[in-house]
Design a protein. Structure first.
Length: 218
């Protein structure tokens, strides 16, 4: 070993990866502030690259007799990076499989005759039960701009009268017998709005802004 190699400072494993992660996180935060409309979920999806970078750093540091310190501080640093990668991965998985998480940014109105939601972001489930009479009709309108919305309407016996994924536009369910009818909605990163109402009520009073009034046919 030469004198220059002996005096070369040792670098703890993980320091380079930590620097890359800090830079990427800082740039992502800055981008979210400057361009709030930009989807930055890809940062979470890129979390496995932390493990790739850490492994590459470890392998490359051993080339040509590289001097890397594996003391307790370096091991703690590696543990923190691996832990952060696992947490970010779990967040990314939850983001992609949002049916297990109920997140919403919306206005909700539900009463004896109608069920309405307008949402900028709806990810999860919601429901409302209406008491309907035989001969009534349950009419509605779904306006989805992004994502998708699944709607299921069932009676008190558990029979499904309307089911679709995704649904959009005008909807109508004719009621054959008096009872309680449940409207279950499932949004997947959806933006837009929907309304369902019992026939005989003013559709204009409950429809989302800009939506057409569902036509009732005999």
């Amino acid at each position: 070993m030469t004198a220059s190699e002996e005096t070369r400072p040792q670098r703890r494993v993980g320091t380079f990866t930590l620097g890359v992660v800090l830079v990427a996180a800082g740039l992502g935060m800055l981008a979210s502030l400057l361009w709030p409309q930009v989807e930055i979920g890809w940062l979470l999806k890129a979390s496995p690259l932390i493990l790739v970078a850490l492994g590459a750093e470890t392998l490359l540091s051993t080339r040509n007799g590289g001097r890397v310190r594996y003391d307790w501080v370096g091991m703690l640093l590696c543990f923190l990076l691996v832990g952060a990668a696992m947490v970010f991965y779990a967040a990314a998985w939850a983001y992609e499989n949002g049916e297990f998480i109920n997140v919403r940014n919306c206005s909700r109105c539900a009463d004896e005759t109608s069920f309405r939601m307008d949402y900028e972001f709806f990810n999860g489930f919601d429901s409302h039960t209406l008491r309907l009479e035989a001969g009534d009709a349950l009419v509605g309108r779904i306006d989805t701009r992004n994502g998708w919305l699944e709607v299921e309407i069932s009676d008190e016996d558990g029979n499904t009268l309307l089911e679709g994924a995704p649904l959009n536009g005008d909807q109508r369910v004719d009621i054959a017998k008096t009872g309680d009818y449940t409207i279950l909605v499932h949004g997947r990163r959806a933006s837009g709005g929907f309304v369902f109402r019992a026939s005989g009520e003013s559709a204009e009073a409950v429809l989302p802004e800009g939506a057409a009034v569902p036509e009732e046919t005999d």
